[in-house]
Design a protein around this ligand. Structure first.
Ligand code: PLP
Length: 448
């Protein structure tokens, strides 16, 4: 079966004439999977619909924000009600205070929050703040972790222990990239070596709370706690990026999930947290949070400058606040249960089709890595890849056929094997049954 896409095809042609690659964010162009991206016209609950009338069960969920599903009534009502009172004031409004209070109430080490509009701004500001607080220049970043597209954080090329990074994108000055030291994920010794090769020069280590931008790669037990301890021993700050995991993997993000685990290794605190996605409920809101003493370094209180015309936009903040307030225990149980079922049905389909794979999972976020882990030298706790180099060894060529078959079967997956699958509290049995029906043919396509 092939999709009927005359409208999307025509609009994609028009888009390519007026927008580079036809899209406003590269992954949307379907470069890794081929074909024309569906132009989405509307979305509700677990479904998205394109301009050709095709409906898909959505496993992208806006790349994470739509924790409650699309067009959740409480969120839409909050946006309507707030928008009717004006769109942007460039002045304080009460929703900003309420959103900051909601975030600080959930994530223990966070006492204050500065709101921005994108995750990119949040991490960029977090590092400026860390440099301002410590008076140091260098940042340690993990290969395969994504923190947005600011110059210094695009460095993901280069390899080896504490090697100074090459620019990961054209247009990033070597001098800027050289401020970022790349190390392999899940490797505390590599982090220690990076600190030791640049004594007294590292301002911060930045890490995804649980990486989900090279596919999912779970942190090994005690890794985040070890990072926090090492940073503090070395006089540097730990920046924990929860833009993707925050308030999705649980009510207090991935940090909260780890705090709920047994053992001293589970208890740790980052110095600065970054948030995005769910805290905007589908609108442009992100933020960074820390203790009041660290946040006091930000302007206007302190000397680290940061600002934004649309920061704390009232309509966007209303969407985020309604999302967080509606994300009760029942909502998280629903997302977790849906994830459990999708993992089980996908694993079963791959097994039936003879597709070797590893399930990569952190709570309700997951992805699949293709291949025989023993043969590929994967060292992750559950037999999957433990870092980016191992992730890249997988049989990624299986993904396009799997993806396209799922799309034709009415399931919208992320168009890259290196992305997590996202579920929502609205993914009910009817939606999950549709995924189950699409899986056998797609798994067979992946096996071919
Ligand atoms: N940090 C993480 C962990 C992310 O996953 C992302 C985006 O996917 C970002 C930062 C950047 O956020 P934004 O796309 O809102 O700039």
């Amino acid at each position: 079966m092939t999709l009927s896409q005359p409208q999307s095809t025509a609009w994609f042609e028009r888009a390519c004439a007026v927008t580079p690659g036809g899209v406003n964010s590269p992954v949307r162009a379907y470069g890794a999977v081929g074909g024309v991206p569906p132009f989405i016209e509307s979305a509700s609950g677990p479904y998205v619909r394109d301009i050709d009338g095709n409906e898909y069960v959505d496993l992208v969920c806006g790349w994470g924000p739509m924790l409650l599903g699309h067009a959740h009534p409480a969120v839409i009502d909050a946006v309507r009600e707030t928008a009717a009172r004006g769109l942007s004031f460039g002045a304080p409004s009460t929703g900003e205070v309420e959103l900051a209070t909601e975030i600080a109430g959930r994530v223990g080490p966070v006492e204050q929050v500065r709101l921005v509009s994108t995750g990119t701004e949040a991490t960029m500001t977090a590092l400026r703040l860390a440099r301002g607080v410590t008076g140091r220049d260098l940042v340690i970043k993990f290969e395969g972790c994504y923190h947005g597209h600011s110059d210094g954080l695009l460095a993901s090329a280069g390899s080896g222990l504490a090697t100074l990074a090459l620019p990961g994108s054209a247009g990033v000055p070597e001098a800027v990239a050289a401020q970022t030291i790349l190390v392999p994920y899940n490797d505390l010794e590599a982090v220690r070596a990076a600190f030791e090769s640049h004594p007294g020069r590292v301002a911060a280590v930045i890490t995804e709370a649980a990486p989900a931008n090279m596919g999912v790669v779970p942190p090994s037990a005690g890794f985040n706690a070890g990072l926090a301890a090492l940073c503090h021993e070395q006089g540097a700050l730990l920046v924990c990026d929860e833009v993707l995991t925050g308030f999705r993997t649980g009510p207090a993000g991935w940090w909260g999930v780890e705090q709920g685990r047994a053992g001293a290794d589970a208890r740790w605190a980052a110095d600065i947290f970054t948030f995005g996605k769910v805290i905007g409920g589908g609108m442009p809101v992100a933020g960074l949070g820390a203790s009041a003493s660290i946040m006091a370094h930000l302007a206007p209180q302190g000397p680290v400058y940061q600002a934004g015309t649309l920061s704390g936009n009232p309509v966007a903040v209303a969407a985020g606040l309604a999302t967080l307030r509606s994300a009760d225990a029942a909502a998280y149980s629903a997302v977790d249960a849906a994830a459990e079922r999708v993992i089980a049905m996908t694993t079963e389909a791959f097994a039936a089709a003879g597709v070797a794979h590893a399930v990569q999972r952190v709570g309700n976020l997951f992805s699949f890595a293709f291949g025989d882990g023993a043969a590929l030298g994967w060292t992750g706790a559950n037999g999957g890849p433990a870092n980016e180099a191992q992730v890249k060894r997988q049989e990624a060529w299986r993904w396009p056929a799997f993806f396209r078959s799922m799309l034709e079967g009415g399931v919208n997956l992320p168009p890259s094997v290196f992305e997590a699958w996202f579920l929502s509290a609205a993914h009910d049995d009817a939606a999950l049954d549709r995924i189950a029906s699409a899986l056998p043919a797609a798994a067979a396509a992946a096996a071919a």
